[in-house]
Design a protein around this ligand. Structure first.
Ligand code: ZN
Length: 265
């Protein structure tokens, strides 16, 4: 019986034979000289099989099949590969990305992944963290300087209040006492800030003007203290010169501290 025949007919012997063969192979490979020799031979064999390299000047996009010069002008850069270019052309890649972004599931995953890596880096790299904070602050400053941003935000706020009116109502109910306190505090501050020479009629006329504008335009108007009554650093007076009529939106947006920043500058 030849070895081939026995390997086919006797499974127990065959298993033992293969085990021994593997053992021999392992022993041979453990010698670094032999191992290097085998690797070199494999490389040579692979090189012999490979067709000769030609200078690649053009490349077909795998998506749209059009052929473009193989440069970063037409294909995105990539770390791997011989050409170090993406397999699809730039327009195809952009299209794919746009399509991907239409899928909310993908967006969620993508955003989650981005935040994960960002969090990791913020936790480990202090230099990056400082730079990141500065960048965020700059972006915030830019955003807040844009009046359109406030219009958008206030519109969002109005929408939210409309949709969640019951919550607003509940909050007002809960915080009613607190609100009364604030109103009274403001009232007291106003009284304190009213010097005896204040022009009561003129001020009353301003309030009347605000009411009239609200009625006529349908946009709520308030009487605003140009320098706030209860600022941190400065306290304005409740006098005619410190009052003006503005829209409610504008009034709400102008937090007390904003004007102080202006005065400090
Ligand atoms: Zn393409």
């Amino acid at each position: 019986m030849t070895r081939e025949e026995r390997l086919k007919s006797d499974p127990v012997w065959a298993a033992e034979y293969h085990r021994k063969a593997r053992e021999r192979q392992r022993k041979r490979m453990s010698d670094p000289v032999v191992y290097e020799e085998i690797k070199r031979k494999n490389r040579e064999r692979a090189a012999a099989k490979r067709p000769p390299r030609v200078e690649v000047t053009h490349k077909a996009c795998v998506t749209c099949k059009s052929v473009f010069p193989a440069t970063t002008e037409f294909f995105g850069p990539k770390k791997q590969g011989r050409l170090k270019l993406t397999s699809s052309c730039k327009p195809c890649m952009a299209h794919r990305e746009r399509e991907r972004r239409k899928d909310p599931e993908h967006n969620k995953k993508h955003i989650a992944a981005v935040y994960r890596s960002l969090k990791k880096r913020l936790a480990t790299d202090s230099e990056f963290r400082a730079a990141y904070k500065e960048k965020q602050a700059e972006r915030r400053r830019k955003r807040r300087a844009n009046p359109e941003y406030w219009e958008r935000e206030l519109a969002k706020d109005r929408e939210w209040r409309k949709a969640n009116w019951h919550r607003v109502k509940l909050y007002k109910h809960k915080c009613g006492a607190l609100q009364v306190f604030h109103v009274m505090q403001r009232h007291a501050a106003k009284l304190k800030a009213t010097p005896f020479w204040s022009e009561r009629e003129a001020i009353a006329a301003l309030y009347e003007e605000a009411r009239r504008l609200t009625e006529e335009t349908g946009i709520e108007h308030h009487v605003d203290h140009i320098v706030p009554l209860r600022g941190k650093n400065v306290c304005g007076l409740h006098v005619f010169a410190n009052l003006r009529v503005i829209t409610a939106d504008h009034n709400k947006r102008k937090a007390n501290k904003l004007i102080e920043e202006l005065l400090a500058a």
